[in-house]
Write a protein that binds this ligand. Structure first.
Ligand SMILES: Nc1ncnc2c1ncn2[C@@H]1O[C@H](COP(=O)(O)OP(=O)(O)OP(=O)(O)O)[C@@H](O)[C@H]1O
Ligand SMILES: [Mg+2]
Length: 277
């Protein structure tokens, strides 16, 4: 396994001034993320997911321990741009991520800051917009687009930096069901193209689409396994306060009623095949 992200004994605390004790948001995390993989991070509100994510791209730096992306230490000021170029981040609210009044200018913002030749930028922007199916909207004003379209523009802005890894922090939380499906489809396409994906989500159906799920609780990693193994342990998943995906609930109810659904079924397609065989 070749790691793209290496996190060692990461502790991250938000300082609270002299009077109060600092808030420990990440509490001793060790984590290796394989290059080209698709990892989901789940956990209850306040479990430390976003704090961990911001430590991955240097928006926050460790209180102790270390985070390295492609060998670049996030604490090293001299390589911060190289780091940010390698690991992009997409947040929940697309409105906070869009900086220009024309779509194509917005997507060009990142590569311009990297000092890329303007002629090259044009191609990069077109390519990035095409990969989020927004090529026809390049001259439009972002504020006239739907939430899902805006989020896709935000994703294009990150793709235009040609990162090797993208961290998505609840990218679908503010979108309608169609917007959510579109964004998930794009995330999967990006992964197929070789980009490492870290997806933070509250939607277990989305987490099921990853090849590995990391569960956080109180700043710590409490489960780290394939979706199959994670959701095979229903009691533990419930104990950490997570919802079960609908398909898992269905399988569990069927088993309780004596229908021996095989253990390797984890999605609707598998279920349909089983029922219709
Ligand atoms: N800017 C901040 N200042 C102080 N404490 C913070 C700050 N941001 C987060 N925290 C605290 O750090 C802990 C972890 O928060 P974090 O936002 O990382 O969790 P999360 O898992 O992303 O939650 P959510 O699912 O609600 O997004 C919580 O106790 C939270 O209150
Ligand atoms: Mg969060």
């Amino acid at each position: 396994m070749k790691s793209i992200i290496s996190v060692e004994n990461l502790i991250f605390e938000y300082p609270q001034g002299e009077e109060c004790e600092a808030i420990r948001a990440v509490d001793g995390v060790n984590l290796e993320i394989e290059e080209g993989s698709f990892v989901a991070i789940v956990g209850q509100n306040g479990s430390g997911k976003s704090s961990l994510a911001k430590n991955l791209n240097g928006l926050l730096v460790p209180t102790s321990g270390s985070v390295k992306v492609k060998g670049i230490d996030t604490k090293d000021d001299e390589t911060i741009w190289e780091l940010r170029q390698n690991i992009g981040m997409v947040f929940q609210n697309p409105d906070n991520q869009i900086v220009s009044s024309i779509v194509e200018d917005d997507v060009a913002f990142g590569p311009e800051n990297l000092g890329i030749n303007p002629l090259e930028i044009r191609d990069i922007v077109d390519e990035a917009l095409d990969s989020v199916w927004m090529g026809d909207y390049k001259k439009k004003a972002p504020h006239l687009l739907s939430g899902g379209q805006k989020q896709r523009i935000a994703i294009a802005g990150v793709i235009a930096m040609k990162p090797s890894c993208i961290v998505f922090d609840e990218p679908t939380a503010m979108l309608d069901p169609q917007g959510r499906r579109d964004v998930m489809k794009i995330i999967k396409e990006l992964n197929v193209e070789g980009i490492t994906i870290v997806l933070i989500t509250h939607f277990m159906e989305e987490a099921l689409q990853a090849e590995r799920i990391i569960v956080m609780e109180d700043g710590k990693i409490v489960m780290d396994d394939s979706p199959y193994k994670i959701f095979d342990n229903i009691e533990k998943v419930r104990a950490v306060g997570l919802e079960l995906p609908v398909i898992i609930k269905l399988i569990s109810e069927l088993r309780k009623n004596g229908i021996d659904v095989p253990k390797n079924i984890f999605d609707i397609e598998g279920m349909v095949n089983y029922i219709c065989q």
